[in-house]
Design a protein around this ligand. Structure first.
Ligand code: FAD
Length: 326
């Protein structure tokens, strides 16, 4: 029988998050052995049950990592131990920051071939072949990862969640050996939340509305925020906006800001400089609103509206609110 595939849980309020659901889908279609869930932290038991909602019938729990703030190397140690415990040859993570970070640490710890940002994966004998965007989304590469161990982090929103297939999984508690003191050394001393817009967080929102210098002043940025609110979207910005101090740097999308890959990205008054594009080019659908028909953003946009944002945004927001009844 083929070796199992371990899917590492990330969630909130005891529910598996979207990135983990997407990796369950990949594990199902990848081919190979059975899919086994992995959960740790305070909500490990709830996450284990939630795996059952999607037909995963076995889950490993490591209950005693200490706290949710332990360094990522400690998580990697626990995942490697659990993977060896069941003889897994492949470990899958969602495309969150946590998943990508942990994938790298696990690969070193577990001596595995690793790929992140995966948009397609298939097994070819002992080899896992993956496709993933490179050069800021301007090309897609194919890589062949040879075992015995393979670690993949899936690109956010690149796969649909699996359909529900409720059941009660068999839960095994596994206890890894104590980690070296050096792994525990980087202790968290404080957490300062970054300033973020209202609505979903930029990193994992399925819709992002970003504003650029075209909005002209800090107070006008609220037009962008109102459009975002009408769509239930996260708010982003170009660097021109954050450099001007109209919004904090945590809003910035691009080379020196956040990378996003939502289902829908709306760029308002943004010219489309390459440093902005590399942070959003892998969005599924791009809509640009700009008064300059020759703005580079239109070269990457699926839909373009040429016009004055001060006329378009209020009308668009009002129409979306009307259609959505909000
Ligand atoms: C090393 C480096 C790193 C960088 N990193 C980033 C990064 O991470 N993210 C980033 O965004 N940039 C980054 N930049 C900056 C980048 O090069 C651009 O300067 C920046 O993206 C421009 O922002 P913008 O499109 O908002 O402004 P502009 O280029 O000034 O474009 C404003 C747009 O608004 C349009 N407009 C004006 N008025 C209206 C109106 N009334 N209605 C509709 N449209 C209107 C204009 O036609 C224009 O296209 C970086 C640059 C460097 C050198």
């Amino acid at each position: 029988m083929s070796a199992p595939i371990l899917v590492v849980a990330e969630g909130s309020d005891g529910r598996l998050g979207g990135p983990t659901l997407e990796s369950i889908s990949v594990a199902r279609t990848l081919g190979g052995g059975p899919v086994i869930g992995f959960a740790t932290g305070r909500a490990a038991n709830e996450l284990a049950s939630d795996f059952g909602r999607f037909g995963v019938d076995r889950v490993l729990i490591v209950p005693n990592l200490g706290s949710d703030a332990v360094p990522v190397g400690v998580h990697a140690n626990a995942v490697a131990f659990a993977a060896d415990h069941v003889g897994a040859d492949t470990v899958l993570f969602g495309g969150s920051i946590f998943g990508r970070d942990l994938a790298g640490h696990l690969a070193v710890r577990w001596n595995a071939a690793v790929a992140t940002g995966v948009i397609d994966a298939r097994r070819d004998g002992a080899i896992v072949e993956v496709r993933r965007p490179v050069f800021g989304g301007r090309a897609t590469e194919t890589r062949r990862l040879e075992g015995p161990h393979v670690v993949l982090a899936i690109r956010l929103h690149a796969f649909a969640a699996p359909s529900e297939d409720p059941g009660t999984p068999l839960v095994d508690v596994v206890v890894p050996p104590p980690v070296l003191p050096a792994l525990l050394a980087p202790r968290r001393t404080s957490v300062e939340p970054s300033t973020a817009g209202a609505g979903p967080s930029l990193g994992d929102a399925s819709i992002v509305v970003s504003g650029g210098r075209g909005v002209r002043a800090a107070e006008n940025f609220q037009l962008v925020e109102e459009l975002a609110a009408s769509l239930g979207a996260a708010v982003g910005a170009s660097r021109a906006v954050t450099d001007a101090g109209w919004r904090p740097s945590s809003f910035q999308v691009g080379q020196t800001g956040r990378s996003v890959s939502p289902q829908l990205y709306v760029a308002v008054g943004i010219s489309g400089a390459i440093q902005h594009l590399v942070g959003m080019l892998s969005s599924r659908v791009i809509v640009a609103i700009n008064s300059d028909p020759s703005a580079p953003i239109f070269r990457v946009a699926d839909y373009g509206i040429v016009g004055d944002l001060f006329q378009i945004l209020p009308a668009l927001t009002a129409e979306i609110r009307r259609v959505r009844g909000s």
